[in-house]
Every structure is written in C-alpha cells, then in structure tokens.
Design a protein around this ligand. Structure first.
Ligand code: 3PG
Length: 307
C-alpha cells in the first residue's frame, strides 16, 4: 500500500508550492490528498482518516484529529510556531510532530518592515512621517525571524538590540547585535520593538503595560508573533495613557474595534495572518515539510521533531 499524505490547509499554500509538494510525494510513490480552504472541521477529520502523514499550517491538530487518523505517524507544521499542535496528544498517539524552522523567516521579517514603514509614514496619508535610519530596534526573542529582522534593520541604518535569555550574548555580538539583560532594558532603549516570542504558557499575555510604558517617546511595537503574547488590556491602557505610542500587528487583536474607535492613525493590522504568506515562504516551508515526511518514512529521520 502506498503511503498516504494529507495536506490540510485552511489558508492554502501558493499554487507553485502545492505543485512542488505534490511532486515530491509523487516521486516517492505516495498518494496525496489536498484539502484547502475547508470551512468544516468534519471535512478535515474525514480526510485525515486515511492519512499516514499530515502537513498543516496554522490548522489545529488536536486529540480529535489524532483519533480520526488511526494510521497517522507524522505531522509536519509547515512553518515555525507549532502551538497549533497538541504535542501531548501526538505523543500519546505515537505520532511524530515536526516543524520547518527558518523556512518562512524572511517573509515574516520583511512584513515587520512593511508595518514599521506604514506606521512611520502615517499610513501614506499625506501627513509627515519619520525615517527608520538612526533609530534603535529592539528584537524581543532572537530566533530565526529575529535574525532576519536584524539583518534587514542594519540595511536601513538602524541600531539593533536584542533580548533573549536563551541566546548567548556572544552569538548576538558576533552578528552585530547588542544584547541587553532584560526585556525592560530593551523597551526603554528602543524606538521600535519587534516581537518574535513563540506562544507558550509562559509567553501568553507576557507583553503588558509594565513593559509597554517603558517605550521611548514615539515608540512603536510590531507584533508578527502570535496575537496572544500581548496582554490586550495592558496594550489598551498604554495606548490611552501614551498617545505617542503605535502598534502594528500581523492579524488584528481581539480589541481591534476599540483601536478603530479611538486610535486611528496609530495602528496597522493585517486583514488576516499573512507574515508567511509569500510564494517563496510557501515553497520553502511546504517543500521542506514534504521532504521531511519522505525522509521520515524512508530513512527514519526525525530531525526537527518537537515532541
Ligand atoms: C509560523 O509560525 O510559521 C507563521 O506564523 C506562519 O503561519 P502560517 O503558515 O499560518 O501562515
């Protein structure tokens, strides 16, 4: 029996990436089912029933999915953050979970600058703006995306600082980045803060008023990580008490209506989560996911396993 892989993407990959993914599986002699833009979880569960392997993006992979897929051996999140996968349930069901780290980082990093420039130039509204050159950017969590942001920021002539307790100061220094000892120091030192924390139980709501009030005058926070790392009550409090502060995010917060009502011109939200939504990122992450599945089945390769 050929292996069967389900590609379940509520937010589809670019067509060129789908062709590449399908090509990798066809060459390996595997069958592929493509389930795109599904509206009903029942369709997803039904499609998972025959799957030995599964590729997803931000699609939820919970206990119900594992139960519906008795043959499933591997799930690959084509992307970086795997907070959408219930890792305990994966392990309990004998399923290997992987991500594809670094593959979509540049796309997310470029969006950071899109949001920064949109806010710095007042939404291209005709009002006077400011430049990025000479400003300080603070990278909160220096992983793959943070590194890409640092590289691009240097091209803009920005000073780059970073806070990440898991990355040695020497690594940052070697890459032209000034490490700081605390999040508070980062926020009080920079005109721009770019968030790149993963969503974990420790980071949810971890960016609140206590940090945001420390921002320099005219400070801007850009969130292309997960919406949930922001404490929205704290964000709203600081938007109210600090009329100089701006917020840009890849996907609107739950309190978007309040921003629309009170803070026009001081925020920019994407219509849907689109940091990784480029043809290049889809090709990089989607093809990596397909190759990881083939390599797992053919060679037992568990590189990038996260459970
Ligand atoms: C990621 O974690 O890789 C990004 O947030 C991209 O998510 P997406 O595949 O849903 O666009």
């Amino acid at each position: 029996m050929p292996k069967h892989v389900l590609v379940a993407t509520e937010k589809p990959f670019a067509k060129v990436a789908v062709a590449g993914i399908t090509g990798i599986f066809t060459q390996a002699g595997y069958d592929v089912t493509l389930l795109e833009s599904y509206k009903d979880k029942a369709d997803y569960l039904k499609a998972a029933a025959a799957a030995d392997g599964l590729i997803v993006r931000s699609d939820i992979v919970d206990a119900e999915v594992f139960q519906a897929a008795p043959n499933l051996k591997i799930v690959v999140r084509a992307g970086a953050g795997y907070d959408n996968i219930d890792l305990k349930a994966a392990t309990a069901n004998g399923v290997v979970a992987m991500n594809t780290p670094g593959q979509n980082s540049n796309a997310v990093a470029e969006l950071v600058f899109g949001l920064m420039i949109t806010l710095a130039r007042r939404g291209f509204s005709g009002k006077d703006g400011t430049e990025l050159r000479g400003k300080k950017i603070g990278i909160h969590a220096y992983g793959n995306v943070g590194k890409c942001v640092a590289t691009i920021a240097r091209g803009f002539g920005m000073d780059v600082l970073a806070f990440d307790p898991y990355v040695p100061a020497g690594t940052m220094k070697a890459e032209g980045v000034t490490p700081v000892a605390s999040a508070g120091e980062l926020y009080s030192s920079c005109e721009y803060i770019s968030l790149h924390l993963p969503k974990t139980k420790d980071t949810v709501k971890s960016i609140g008023a206590d940090l945001l009030v420390k921002l320099k005058k005219g400070g801007t926070v850009i969130n292309t990580a997960r919406a949930e790392v922001i404490d929205e009550a704290g964000l709203l409090q600081v938007m109210e008490t600090r009329p100089d502060i701006m917020y840009g995010a890849d996907v609107a917060p739950e309190c978007a209506a309040e921003f629309a009502a009170k803070y026009q011109g001081r925020y920019c939200f994407t219509a849907k989560k689109m940091g990784a939504q480029t043809a290049e990122a889809n090709i990089n992450a989607g093809l990596a996911a397909a190759r990881q599945i083939v390599s797992f089945f053919e060679k037992g390769d568990t590189t990038f396993k996260v459970n």
